[in-house]
Design a protein around this ligand. Structure first.
Ligand code: PEP
Length: 249
């Protein structure tokens, strides 16, 4: 059976005390899970988190990385640095990065390459806006976002890339996509990547993200094409995130 993934994106929230509290509060659930449990704290708490999760099954991810390898890029954090402090994963192309910081498909592909070259597993976020969904353009949007990475990294790179479908209209809005809608899009993502290579399917993981809660997580997890969840707001509440972890069979 393919392992599922429950990943928590803390975004720009919390402080040292919160970080310690979340880690302590989810450790039991993570240790009892058969699946992969990942947290993505802000950069400045990564080293602390790495130390605190050492004796647990929790894994570490970052929320972003630089599009350059090394050098005079004030304020940036490289893929190598993330690997150095113990990250195994990194979010790439989160819709907040695309929308608020102007990250293009090309930039996202460049970051994906750097993550892979440094041994990190990119969690590549794709998803349509409300307007794009309402005008039935979601397939085109997601195809463009995926194929940009395929073109720059090659389809085989998807053996080491996790895809996260995060409809922009469902992120932080409390308006989650129905399990049926999410499953339909996930099936489309599987189809799009499988058209490029039949080897991809067995190792591919596609997570759903967008207002996941302890109440709706089990519905997503039971869908054929949903291999896990990427959780924002609810990952800041240790008891709720633990329930989400436990909702995966
Ligand atoms: C996210 O930011 O990746 C996310 C899914 O946020 P939320 O769960 O708060 O909608």
């Amino acid at each position: 059976m393919k392992k599922k993934m429950i990943a928590g994106n803390w975004k720009m929230n919390g402080d040292v005390a919160t970080a310690l509290d979340i880690i302590a509060g989810i450790t039991d659930a993570a240790n009892q899970s058969q699946h992969d449990v990942v947290i993505a704290p802000p950069f400045v708490y990564l080293s602390l988190a790495a130390e605190k999760i050492l004796s647990s099954k929790i894994q570490l991810g970052a929320q972003n990385l630089a599009d350059q390898e090394v050098g005079a890029y004030t304020g940036e954090i490289s893929a190598k640095m993330l690997a150095d402090v113990g990250c195994q994963y990194v979010l790439v192309g989160h819709s907040e990065r695309r929308q608020l910081y102007g990250e293009t498909d090309l930039l996202v592909a460049q970051k994906t390459i750097l993550a892979l070259e440094n041994g990190l597993v990119p969690i590549l976020c794709v998803g349509e806006t409300l307007e794009e969904r309402e005008s039935n353009q979601w397939k085109d949007v997601i195809t463009t976002q995926l194929l940009s990475v395929v073109d720059h990294c090659g389809i085989d790179a998807f053996k080491n890339i996790i895809v996260a479908y995060e409809p922009v209209w469902a992120i932080g809005t409390g308006k989650s996509a129905s399990a049926d809608i999410a499953n339909e899009v996930h099936e489309f993502i599987y189809y799009t990547l499988s058209c490029k290579s039949d080897n991809i399917r067995p190792s591919l993981k596609v997570l759903y993200g967008g207002s996941v809660t302890a109440e709706n997580s089990a519905q997503y997890m039971s869908q054929e094409y949903i291999d896990g969840v990427l959780v924002g707001g609810a990952s800041l509440k240790p008891s709720v995130f633990s329930e989400i972890i436990r909702s995966v069979e």
